[in-house]
Design a protein around this ligand. Structure first.
Ligand code: NAI
Length: 724
């Protein structure tokens, strides 16, 4: 037997004669995760149990309230993966295989213990945690609301590799299991029972008693042996069932992922091939599908994304750890339009009292109706309840009387995008607001530093830029003006999180973070159009790269008038890199404003999906400077390289504090494809010297294709945006 571990995560004791209990409680951590050290401890305990005479039962539980097992230790997983994309059968694979087999082996040993076994799951039970639990004869879920059970591996570009693709289908059926694994979604306790993932749901405080009762009953009845025998056998789907089940699933996954994410498809393959084999053979199939995904570029990108999300979740928004955000419970929202109503709705849904103001009662009524509609839609799809609607309604009040803002801790202004209107309003508010209230503007284009001149205390003034539609867009840019205080920034960051959003702190500059980097992309799309490329070809190149829609469609959706207006702000500020084009102005002048007016680049006469429109041709012909055929690769490079140059400048100017702010901002703000890990991480993957070679190809087109000093330095020092 190996030497005792210093700070053990596992404890073995006997709760009754012959009834062993393993308690998992990782020292110094809020979560239990599965790493190599913990596996060694499991192996030691298993050896002990295997040598215990007259073992009557085994209970496995967590020592942490509301937390069972969070899954594999992702830091360790990321470090065992090879540093460069692995070649088939190449470098790094043997390690990954050895590691996988080790996990499979120790988990299978639970299935061979000579007594019934039960897991008590009270809290999150994810990934490897569930895969372990599946090797037990019984699972009991606790009533703790944090109890959630699932296999989220596909979300990090992997499949469950410790038996999840084989044992879960045997337990709940291949179809539901595959759906859960492909979506990476977890089930709450009651649903877990309904689909047969757990034996029962019992009060958290009574789990041990219930576990003991279950063990005694199973020992008497011998049921545990039947469970084990059945689990080892093939599920036995008929050929028709097999073809139908997996054909439909594959179609659904392809429709959702457009074939850009290999993990869900690999999971379906592993389940499909394994379900008519014995468990042992099935596990081999799983391993064969699992290994190639470990260390793949997509998986590494998705794991990095997970860590970027964690960083933002912990980020207070300021460097000074002594700054404490104020807990905000009462906000005022001025403007009940698209954005104001969205923001007030987000606040009341999360328990923050909101007073919404507009100039006329009918506008307020429209705002309230919009808020109600969002919650009602969620009720219709089973994501909210009538009670939530009632409590949100109770937290919302509307008025035209600014006096009612006197007790508000934060006031968010979302009136029309007009600097004069906004600053006049701020001046009027100065005598009404409490002296320490924070005033924040939802402006998308106006300088926060300049507007701060209209308020008495610019330290308490900032931008709070929500994205449209507020109920679906997670990103909020917290814009720091020159005089905005740390306290204000930290409080707005905390408030945005309270409203369920992901805030990113951005220094005031034209376009802030997301629009500043988006506009070079939209601008280049217009340049390409005028050089002779067809709108569809541009959209296709962007979609194939993974963007949710191409830049031409995006312009139509945003509204061409808005694109012209916001584009001017950014393009004027960065005139050396912007390229003047005529097409947008010409379309707007003709009343073609995009989706909202029925036509823009495409026609929307027959619905929200844009159709090719012959009426566009005369506009294009008038604005075109050429009729060059440009291939998809050049279109893609031309769209994304100017974004990268701008992003590098944003970083160099200290507009954001970390490269992951850029990547997360673009992922959450414009749907930049997660499989690439983000704009900057993709550049790191491609390699900066390769990027410079690409830029050199387009150098003649202008400064937007000129490498920044930061990029040149990276090549010289062989560094990337992120540490290796
Ligand atoms: P909107 O036109 O839908 O709503 C503005 C509302 O403000 C109107 O109901 C208007 O009656 C009201 N209003 C005007 N002056 C007022 C005053 N003095 N007191 C009270 N209410 C007043 O505009 P939207 O789209 O909601 O935009 C609001 C702000 O949000 C603008 O600054 C805009 O740039 C920004 N924004 C807009 C986004 C969008 O996609 N619509 C996205 C992000 C920011």
């Amino acid at each position: 037997m190996s030497a005792p571990v210093k700070d053990p995560a596992l404890r073995l004791d006997f709760v009754q004669p012959g009834i062993a209990r393993i308690t998992f409680d990782m020292p110094g951590s809020r979560a239990n995760t599965l790493n190599q050290g913990v596996q060694s401890e499991f192996e030691n305990i298993l050896t002990q149990l295997e040598a215990t005479p007259n073992l009557q039962g085994l209970i496995f539980c967590s020592g942490k309230p509301g937390m069972f097992i969070a899954g594999a230790d992702l830091k360790e997983l990321a470090s065992v993966t090879p540093p460069s994309p692995p070649l088939p059968g190449g470098e790094g694979r043997p390690d990954a295989r050895a590691l996988t087999l080790r996990g499979l082996r120790f988990i299978a040993r639970f299935e061979k213990l000579p007594c019934p076994t039960v897991v008590l799951i009270d809290g999150g039970c994810m990934g490897g945690g569930l895969e372990m639990a599946l090797a037990f004869d019984y699972r009991l879920a606790g009533t703790n609301p944090k109890t959630e059970i699932g296999l989220p591996e596909t979300k990090i570009g992997l499949i469950p590799g410790w038996g999840g693709t084989q044992r879960l289908p045997r337990l709940i059926g291949p179809s539901i299991a595959a759906e859960m694994i492909c979506a990476g979604e977890a089930a709450k306790a009651q649903r877990a029972r309904a689909i047969g993932m757990v034996w029962d749901v019992v009060p958290s405080a009574k789990m041990l008693d219930e576990g003991l009762r279950l063990l005694a009953w199973s020992r008497e009845s011998g049921e545990w042996q039947k469970i084990r025998t059945k689990k080892q056998q093939p599920i036995g789907l008929s050929e028709d069932q097999h073809q139908y089940t997996f054909g439909v699933l594959k179609g659904q996954v392809l429709a959702k992922t457009k074939g850009q994410f290999p993990a869900p498809l690999a999971a379906i393959e592993a389940i499909a091939k394994g379900c008519n084999l014995t468990l042992e053979e099935g596990l081999k199939v799983e391993t064969d599908h699992f290994i190639p995904l470990i260390g793949s570029t997509i998986s590494r990108n998705l794991i990095a994304l997970f860590f970027m999300g964690q960083r933002l979740a912990k980020d207070t928004g300021v460097a000074d750890a002594a700054v404490q955000p104020k807990d905000v419970n009462r906000v005022g929202v001025i403007g009940a339009g698209i954005m104001g109503a969205g923001i007030a709705g987000a606040m009341v849904r999360k328990g923050v009292h909101a007073t919404m103001i507009d100039v006329a009662p009918e506008l307020l009524a429209k705002g309230v109706a919009a808020i109600t509609k969002v919650i009602q839609t969620r009720i219709d799809i089973g994501r909210a309840t009538q009670t939530e609607l009632a409590s949100a309604a109770a937290l919302l009040n509307t008025t035209s009387n600014y006096g009612q803002l006197a007790d508000r801790e934060v006031i968010i202004e979302a009136v029309v995008e007009n600097e004069g209107v906004k600053t006049k309003l701020y001046r009027e508010l100065q005598t009404i607001l409490s002296p320490d209230a924070i005033l924040a503007s939802n402006t998308s284009t106006i300088s926060i530093t300049r507007m701060a001149e209209a308020v008495k205390n610019p330290a308490n003034f900032a931008g709070l830029h929500f994205f449209n539609p507020v109920d679906r867009m997670q990103l909020v840019e917290v814009i720091r003006g020159e005089k905005t205080s740390d306290q204000t920034v930290a409080t707005l960051v905390a408030l945005a999180k309270k409203a369920g959003k992901t805030p990113i702190v951005v220094k005031d500059c034209p376009g802030f973070l997301v629009n500043r980097i988006l506009f070079p992309y939209l601008n280049e799309a217009m340049v390409l159009l005028e050089e002779g490329v067809e709108p569809r070809a541009i959209d296709k190149a962007a979609s194939e790269f993974g963007m949710p829609m191409g830049p031409i469609t995006l312009s139509d959706v945003v509204g061409l008038d808005t694109a012209v207006y916001a584009g001017e702000v950014v393009n004027r500020a960065f005139a050396d890199r912007a390229q003047e084009t005529k097409i947008l102005g010409a379309l707007v002048a003709a009343g073609r404003l995009g989706q909202k007016s029925g036509a823009g680049f495409y026609s929307y006469a027959k619905g929200l999906r844009g159709a090719d429109d012959p009426a566009l041709l005369p506009f294009l012909e008038k604005c075109r400077t050429g009729k060059r055929t440009i291939d998809a690769e050049e279109i893609r490079d031309r769209l994304f390289l100017p974004m990268l140059v701008e992003a590098s400048l944003v970083l160099s100017e200290g507009i954001v504090r970390d490269p992951s702010d850029v990547d997360m901002g673009l992922i959450l703000g414009i749907g930049f494809p997660t499989q690439h890990g983000g704009l900057l991480r993709r550049a790191d993957n491609v390699g900066m010297s390769n990027i410079l070679t690409l830029l050199a190809k387009y150098e003649a087109l202008g400064k937007r294709f000129q490498p920044t000093p930061q990029m040149r330095k990276m090549v010289a020092s062989s560094k990337g945006f992120f540490p290796a």
